[in-house]
Design a protein around this ligand. Structure first.
Ligand code: GSH
Length: 211
């Protein structure tokens, strides 16, 4: 079948959100690797669809729609497929936790990766700040998941947005075994075949499992 969506991505949590969503909704897609370690995100052709020079981005071949920003991509694909967005009042919970991820969980954990994983030893202050913030955010997530199987009751775009960031818990200095509800949720989602496939885009990789 001719792919509906062209996905421009790299093997990072923001990219994996889009590929996991596409796998979950079974929408045919073609992968274009944008190697951000080689500055391919600055290529003029890519900037036409992603003016902020970041992955992921998509082009919908049905209507020519281009889109950057993983949260917008998740919402677009949910609307196009009619899937993974609650149809009842939990719709607002899904949006709430999607915004939590886009506005805080992702950006703060991105800083944790920068200072605790890629540049360890450069700034003691920044390491303490982002390690502390990571632990605080996992506490917030754990409290939510203590009372709810998934972030918005049912499995939704909110879980797909947050989950790939939790997959990098080791880089964030977070022991996931300390957060029992996060761990239960993480393992349940890790077992989904679509998540296993989407996590390995654009290159195959195994999902990290807590020891
Ligand atoms: N808010 C954006 C963030 C995307 C983002 O930070 N992408 C990173 C990889 S995870 C990237 O492309 N970085 C390349 C760069 O900043 O030059 C989204 O959620 O899509």
């Amino acid at each position: 079948m001719e792919p509906t969506i062209d996905l421009y991505t790299w093997g990072t949590p923001n990219g994996q959100k889009a590929s996991i969503m596409l796998e979950e909704i079974k929408m045919p897609y073609r992968v274009h690797s944008i190697d951000i370690t080689n500055d391919e995100q600055f290529d003029a052709e890519f900037l036409k669809i992603s003016p902020n020079n970041k992955i992921p981005a998509i082009v919908d071949r049905d209507n020519g729609q281009t889109l950057m920003e993983s949260g917008a991509i998740l919402l677009y694909l949910a609307a196009k497929s009619g899937r993974l967005m609650p149809k009842d009042e939990n719709r607002w919970r899904a949006l709430e936790w999607l915004m939590f991820q886009m506005g805080g969980f992702g950006p703060m954990l991105g800083q944790a990766h920068h200072f605790l994983h890629f540049n360890k030893g450069v700034s003691d202050y920044a390491e303490k700040r982002y390690a502390g913030e990571a632990r605080r955010l996992y506490g917030v997530l754990d409290a939510r998941l203590a009372r709810n199987k998934y972030l918005a009751g049912e499995y939704s775009v909110a879980d797909i947005a947050v989950w790939p960031w939790v997959a990098r818990h080791e880089w964030q200095g977070v022991g996931i075994n300390e957060f029992a509800n996060v761990k239960r949720w993480y393992l349940a989602i890790a077992a989904r075949p679509a998540v296993k496939r989407g996590y390995g885009v654009p290159s195959p990789r195994d999902i990290p499992l807590p020891r």
